[in-house]
Design a protein around this ligand. Structure first.
Ligand code: C2E
Ligand code: MG
Ligand code: MG
Ligand code: MG
Length: 279
């Protein structure tokens, strides 16, 4: 096929391929080094109860503190980790580090028993044979209250073995861990699949919140998700709230929780601790 396009066609095609592949490989090498040299950091972003305006927990968000490039956001590297199986190593590190941090806040007496620490879990981590055992080990070792832990998964988990995922979620549920569906409304799954997942929380994707004050359709979608969650007995967190108008609208729609720059951007553990101390 490529041959019919002539020599230049082939050369161009190969050039393009090798650029993408070599970029991926370079990133992989750099990420392996980042793991060895402990260049990852955890940031924390508050979740807020809309009813009383108080902190109700936090989401854990990874950053890569590159020695030359500085802080790199996860969208730049999570997909590389996911395609190279390094996500299992990093995912484990995230969970363990977050649990040690949580244990510290509990020991400091600033973490309330009904707060939730929410940790993003890549669908691929569910395919690790020892995923549940690893989680259980860390929960025991750190002594954190498992009912304060929440795992954020995406609808795309259904791409993998759904029955297996449900089984693992049930096991973790047994430990007391909650589950939320992240970026709700943007994935590939249907409500029929979602219904089968043992989840406690829906996180409304930021793209719906973004324009909800000006786009009627977005407001309708948000309204519908909140109503559906209420009927199903699920909690809700609206993601990416940046303005007071968005917050007011969410309040009028009966949304129980939110997260976003309007309250506070993700920050270091010390920065989040200040929010806890002020609560
Ligand atoms: P996510 O789980 O949906 O996280 C929410 C993202 O929205 C975060 O981006 C957060 O910084 C950003 N955000 C929060 N409030 C606002 C706001 O008011 N406005 C805007 N424009 N953005 C807001 P971040 O930290 O860059 O993370 C991006 C994604 O990377 C996350 O999306 C999550 O899917 C993934 N991710 C982050 N940490 C981890 C991790 O430890 N493990 C895995 N597997 N994925 C992670
Ligand atoms: Mg998330
Ligand atoms: Mg999200
Ligand atoms: Mg996202």
């Amino acid at each position: 096929h490529a041959k019919a396009q002539g020599r230049n066609g082939i050369a161009f095609y190969k050039q393009g391929m090798s650029d993408a592949v070599s970029r991926q490989l370079k990133l992989e090498v750099a990420l392996r080094k980042a793991i060895e040299e402990r260049q990852f950091r955890l940031y924390y972003q508050a979740q807020v109860n809309i009813g009383n305006g108080q902190v109700s927990g936090a989401e854990v968000l990874i950053r890569w503190n590159h020695p030359e490039l500085g802080i790199i956001a996860p969208d730049e590297f999570i997909s590389v980790l996911e395609s190279s199986a390094l996500i299992s190593i990093v995912g484990q590190w995230v969970f363990e580090t977050a649990c040690y941090q949580l244990a510290q806040w509990v020991a400091d007496g600033i973490w309330k028993d009904d707060y939730h620490l929410c940790i993003n879990i890549s669908p691929r981590q569910f395919r690790d044979t020892d995923f549940t055992a690893g989680i259980e080990r860390v929960v025991k070792k750190t002594g954190v209250p498992a009912h304060c832990l929440e795992m954020e998964i995406t609808e795309n988990i259904v791409i993998y073995d759904l029955d297996k995922a449900i089984e693992i979620m049930r096991d973790l549920h047994g430990l007391g861990i909650r589950f939320s569906i992240d970026d709700f409304g943007t994935g590939y799954s249907s409500l029929r699949y979602i219904k089968r997942l043992p989840v406690n929380v829906l996180k409304i994707d930021r793209t719906f919140i973004q324009d909800m004050c000006t786009e009627k359709d977005d407001a309708s979608i948000v309204d519908t998700i909140i109503a559906m969650a209420r009927h199903m007995g699920l909690d809700v967190v609206a993601e990416g709230v940046e303005t007071q108008d968005q917050l007011e609208l969410l309040k009028s729609l009966g949304c129980p929780n939110y997260q976003g720059y309007y309250f506070s951007p993700p920050g270091t553990a010390d920065e989040f601790k200040q929010l806890l101390l002020a609560a």
